[in-house]
Design a protein around this ligand. Structure first.
Ligand SMILES: [Zn+2]
Ligand SMILES: [Zn+2]
Length: 348
C-alpha cells in the first residue's frame, strides 16, 4: 500500500509499504478514505515535535480520518465489512487504573494515531483499528463530515468540561478548526454570547458566519479592553484555542472571578506561565482538555442530522499524491485555508 511518511522538517514522501494484517480478534481493517490535516500535525510537520513527543523519521502522521471496513476480526460484533466509519484515533489498554474507572482518554498506555513513538498515523491506504475506535456512519454522511467528527468531539468535550452557565458570556481565543468547532458546539448547546478572536480576517469572518457575536484581531485592537467594554464583569468561560503565552494572558484578564479557563490549544513547547496575581485574586480554575471522552457517537448524530453544520471548515481538498502541498498550504495559512482534507482513496 501507499503511505505518506514525514522524512524531515516540512518533508513528506509517499512510499510503498506492506499493508497491515489483522492481529487481534477485536480489530478491524479499514480502507482509509479521507484524512484531515490538524493543527497538531502541523507541530510535527514544522517543528518535528510537540513538547517531549519528538518525531523519529520516517514517520506516518495523521489521525482525523474516515474509512470503510474491509475485514473484521473474529470477536468483532458491531461492525461488518462494507460499513463506513468515523475513526476515534485513540487506542486504549483497557487495563490501567484510568481505563478501569472509565477515563479512557487518559489511559496510561494509550496509543494515538500518528503520535511519535506510539502508533503510525492514518495517512496510508489501509489501517488496523480496534472495533471500539470505529463508529459506523449513516449513508447520507460524507467522508469529509465523518472526518470532522474527531475535532468536533474535542469541541463537545471542551464545552462539557467548561460547565457553562445559562446564557453564558463566552470567550473563544483562536478561530482555527478547533476554535470554530468550539464555537459551533457552544452555539448548538444553549443560547450564549460569544466573543471570538483571531489574527486572520478570513477566520474571523467565518466565526461570524458560524454565530460568533463579536470578533476581534488582537494585533489590530486591544481585545481585552474591547470585550471588557461590552462585558464589564468579564466572561463566564474562556476557551484558549491557540496554545500561546499571549492568549493565556488574555484568558486570565477576560475571565470572571471563580470561573474556568478551558485550555484546548496545544503549545509547541513544554511550558507556559500564568500570572499569579490574576490566578489568585480571581480564584481562577484552569481546566485542561485531553482529547475527549465518549463524544464521537454524539458528534455523528448531530452532524448527520444537520443540527450542526461543519462543512464550511473543510475549505480545501487534495488527492493523496498532493499530501505535501496540503501540509504546506496549512503550514503557511495560505489561500484562506481552515482545514484541508486529503482524499487517500482515489475516487473519494
Ligand atoms: Zn486533530
Ligand atoms: Zn488504559
Amino acid at each position: 500500500m501507499k503511505a505518506a511518511f514525514l522524512t524531515g522538517l516540512r518533508a513528506m514522501e509517499i512510499r510503498q509499504v506492506p499493508a497491515p494484517k489483522l492481529a487481534a480478534p477485536t480489530d478491524v481493517l479499514l480502507e482509509v478514505d479521507t484524512v484531515g490535516v490538524c493543527g497538531s500535525d502541523m507541530h510535527y510537520y514544522k517543528a518535528g515535535r510537540i513538547g517531549c513527543q519528538v518525531v523519529e523519521y520516517p514517520w506516518i502522521v495523521g489521525h482525523e480520518c474516515a474509512g470503510v471496513v474491509v475485514e473484521v476480526g473474529g470477536d468483532v460484533t458491531r461492525l461488518k465489512v462494507g460499513d463506513r466509519v468515523a475513526v476515534d484515533p485513540l487506542i486504549t489498554c483497557g487495563r490501567c487504573d484510568q481505563c478501569r474507572v472509565g477515563h479512557i482518554h487518559t489511559c496510561r498506555n494509550q496509543a494515538f494515531l500518528g503520535c511519535p513513538g506510539q502508533v503510525q498515523g492514518s495517512l496510508c491506504e489501509y489501517l488496523i483499528m480496534p472495533e471500539a475506535s470505529c463508529f459506523a456512519i449513516p449513508d447520507a454522511m460524507s467522508m469529509t463530515q465523518a472526518t470532522l467528527c474527531e475535532p468536533y468531539s474535542i469541541a463537545m468535550w471542551a464545552r462539557k468540561l467548561a460547565e457553562t452557565p445559562e446564557d453564558a458570556r463566552i470567550g473563544i481565543l483562536g478561530s482555527g478548526p478547533i476554535g470554530l468547532s468550539v464555537l459551533v458546539a457552544c452555539k448548538h448547546a444553549a443560547p450564549c454570547t460569544v466573543y471570538q478572536t483571531d489574527l486572520l480576517a478570513n477566520r474571523s469572518a467565518l466565526a461570524r458566519r458560524l454565530g460568533a457575536d463579536w470578533t476581534g484581531n488582537p494585533h489590530e485592537c486591544d481585545i481585552v479592553a474591547e470585550i471588557h467594554r461590552a462585558e464589564p464583569d468579564g466572561l463566564d468561560v474562556v476557551f484558549e484555542c491557540v496554545g500561546e503565552q499571549e492568549t493565556i494572558d488574555q484568558c486570565l484578564e477576560l475571565i470572571k472571578p471563580c470561573c474556568k479557563v478551558v485550555v484546548v490549544g496545544i503549545p509547541e513547547g513544554d511550558r507556559l506561565s500564568f500570572e499569579m496575581n490574576h490566578m489568585r485574586r480571581k480564584e481562577i480554575r484552569i481546566q485542561n482538555v485531553r482529547r475527549h471522552l465518549h463524544q464521537v457517537a454524539g458528534a455523528i448524530e448531530r452532524i448527520a442530522s444537520g443540527e450542526v453544520d461543519l462543512d464550511a471548515l473543510a475549505t480545501h481538498d487534495f488527492a493523496f499524491d498532493e499530501v505535501q502541498q496540503a501540509y504546506d498550504l496549512v503550514a503557511d495559512y495560505r489561500d484562506g485555508v481552515i482545514k484541508a482534507m486529503i482524499h487517500v482513496k482515489a475516487d473519494s
